[in-house]
Write a new protein. Structure first.
Length: 233
């Protein structure tokens, strides 16, 4: 090429018009198409990064859709996206339901009832929407088909993070209160047992229905105690 410097130029010629040089170029093009060898052209780093990223996200989405766990989270995050990753533990508590909520602690037998002290089922939604103890921090949850938009908007909103933090701290204190009630009630149960053993309480200790009746009667002395005898038994 360097030797041809000054003697080579480019000019437009009519294609497929019998011009020898142009016909020869077409000939070699066809030969290359049929018999040519693969040409290794290294891809740029940016292309590879994008390509690998796409493979990972596709695989991640397939795994996410096929998973049998995280059903509640999928309502808020149906499509995986690196931009939706968050370290905010209060938002994670809420969307997963795995946090300081009576309904969750009840599943692991850390509480004897899934209910909040207000009487409602102690789920994350109760504390965010209805519980009177978290009234000042209640939020508006959209319909099911808009939960993903809600999640995205919360991710960009410090005020929502603050509300969720306050709500989770209140629900945590409620769980602590419920745990202390269990500890307070247990000695009472021992007293009831002793009364029955001594024949002071005339019910058959081995009969579950009698036992339930006695405990129900005993606990109903204090109507403010919402822990059900059914759970205690
Ligand atoms: Zn409540």
């Amino acid at each position: 090429m360097s030797q041809a410097y000054g003697s080579v130029g480019l000019s437009w010629v009519k294609a497929h018009a019998g011009i020898p040089g142009n016909e020869l170029a077409d000939h070699y093009t066809r030969v290359a198409l049929c018999e040519g060898e693969d040409l290794f052209v290294p891809a740029p780093y940016s292309y590879l990064k994008k390509y690998i990223n796409k493979l990972i996200v596709t695989d991640w989405q397939r795994h996410w859709e096929g998973s049998h766990t995280g059903i509640r989270v999928r309502e808020f995050v149906p499509t995986v996206d690196f931009k939706l990753l968050t370290h905010n533990r209060f938002l994670l508590f809420f969307v997963s339901g795995h946090g300081p909520f009576p309904s969750y602690l009840f599943r692991f037998k850390l509480l004897n009832s899934p209910n909040c002290v207000c009487g409602g089922l102690g789920t994350p939604d109760l504390f965010v929407l209805d519980c009177p103890f978290t009234l000042n921090f209640h939020m508006t949850l959209p319909a099911d088909n808009n939960k993903s938009f809600w999640f995205k908007s919360v991710l960009k909103n410090e005020g929502s993070f603050f509300r969720l933090q306050q709500i989770c701290q209140i629900s945590d204190r409620i769980c602590t209160e419920l745990k202390s009630r269990i500890l307070n009630v247990l000695p009472d149960l021992v007293i009831v047992g002793n009364l029955m053993s001594a024949g002071i309480v005339p019910f058959d200790f081995t009969d579950a229905s009698s036992m339930e009746f006695v405990l129900g009667k005993y606990l109903s002395i204090d109507n403010s105690d919402r822990i059900s005898t059914e759970v205690l038994l």
